[in-house]
Design a protein around this ligand. Structure first.
Ligand code: BGC
Length: 332
């Protein structure tokens, strides 16, 4: 839909051919307006947390909205793209449909420098959802755009994601401080961040995880091979046999296991409980602008921002599968 360029459903068949949606969904449109879970929306100007809601660029200090714990900026604060109406155009081509969402961000309405033209292109074809994130700016600025889809391969949120399996090509993660702000890159080998072998998601949960502030996985995974042709994430449900593979040009994926459910009702009368979905938020290093020696996420004046992420759906161990249909409803 045009509000937040938000995905409302993605229908994918299970091994028996049942078409069900594989993203979480609210049961009312009003909930998408409130949407403090950022359910399935586009996030920007920056994704994740900016420490002390502050950054310095070209000698000037910028103060952002302190919408997390009264001190940090989360997902851009009030001006998050999730809360903007995008213009859109639908282009039907032979084997695919494109939905092109555009947004003009004006400097006078923003705490970030510069005017930006943002374009998000969803290309939907058999078993594939490609998202292209593009932007241009008339002043140096910071930009880090992602999509916050909550996947659940069980179909229609029949069960939570803890028994599903996950592989991530990542041997490093970003350490978070006590306000969940990323502060440095650390090795993940043999820690709960190590998903280099396909394993049940709950396998990396341990007694005491709910005493952590994150209450599950809510961490930036630094990708091993930064190439669009390389499989970066495989997420699999052995019951429905659905598989999601993620490929991206971005260097980081924030994996978030829906640890802080709100009280908004979900579709199909499913309880809005913890771990009902899993987000693969592909992005630049969050808070990079405030960390030495990593990508600072600065977009220079007149330079183009371009990244893409492919979510590829299939059925494993099922050779003669019929058409996989991915549909995104794009209008209210
Ligand atoms: C963040 C979580 C936050 C969630 C909001 C995630 O990207 O990492 O900490 O609670 O978004 O829905």
């Amino acid at each position: 839909m045009d509000y937040g360029a938000t995905i409302m459903s993605i229908f994918v068949p299970d091994a028996a051919g049942n078409m069900e949606t594989v993203v979480m969904a609210y049961d009312s449109l009003d909930s998408y307006i409130e949407n403090d879970m950022y359910l399935n929306a586009i996030i920007g100007p920056t994704s994740g947390r900016i420490g002390n809601a502050t950054f310095e660029l070209n000698g000037k200090i910028y103060g952002l909205d302190k919408n997390f714990e009264g001190t940090e900026n989360l997902h851009g604060g009030k001006e998050c793209f999730a809360f903007k109406f995008f213009n859109f155009e639908v282009i039907d081509e032979k084997d695919q449909t494109k939905v092109i969402f555009t947004l003009e961000k004006r400097e006078e309405e923003s705490l970030y420098p510069g005017n930006q033209s943002i374009k998000i292109i969803y290309t939907i074809s058999e078993g594939r959802l490609l998202i292209e994130f593009t932007g241009e700016t008339d002043k140096d600025t910071i930009l880090n755009i992602t999509n916050h889809a909550y996947f659940n391969l069980s179909g229609n949120m029949k069960e939570d994601i803890l028994n599903h399996k996950l592989y991530i090509d990542s041997s490093k993660h970003m350490e978070l401080n006590e306000s969940l702000v990323p502060i440095k890159i650390k090795d993940s080998a043999n820690t709960r961040f190590d998903f280099r072998e396909l394993k049940r998601i709950k396998h990396n949960f341990y007694e005491g995880i709910y005493e952590l502030k994150t209450k599950g996985i809510d961490d930036p995974f630094v990708l091993g091979t930064n190439s669009f042709d390389h499989l970066q994430v495989k997420y699999k449900d052995e019951v429905s046999k659905r598989v999601l593979k993620v490929y991206t040009t971005y260097p980081v994926i924030v994996v978030y296991t829906h640890n802080y459910p709100n009280n908004l009702d979900l579709l199909f009368k499913v309880p809005n409980k913890r771990h009902m979905g899993i987000c693969f938020e592909t992005q630049l290093e969050p808070n990079g602008i405030n960390i030495k020696n990593i990508n600072d996420g600065i977009l220079k004046k007149d330079k183009k921002y371009y990244h893409k992420t492919l979510y590829n759906f299939s059925i494993e161990e099922w050779s003669s599968w019929s058409t996989i249909l991915v549909t995104i409803k794009h209008s209210i």
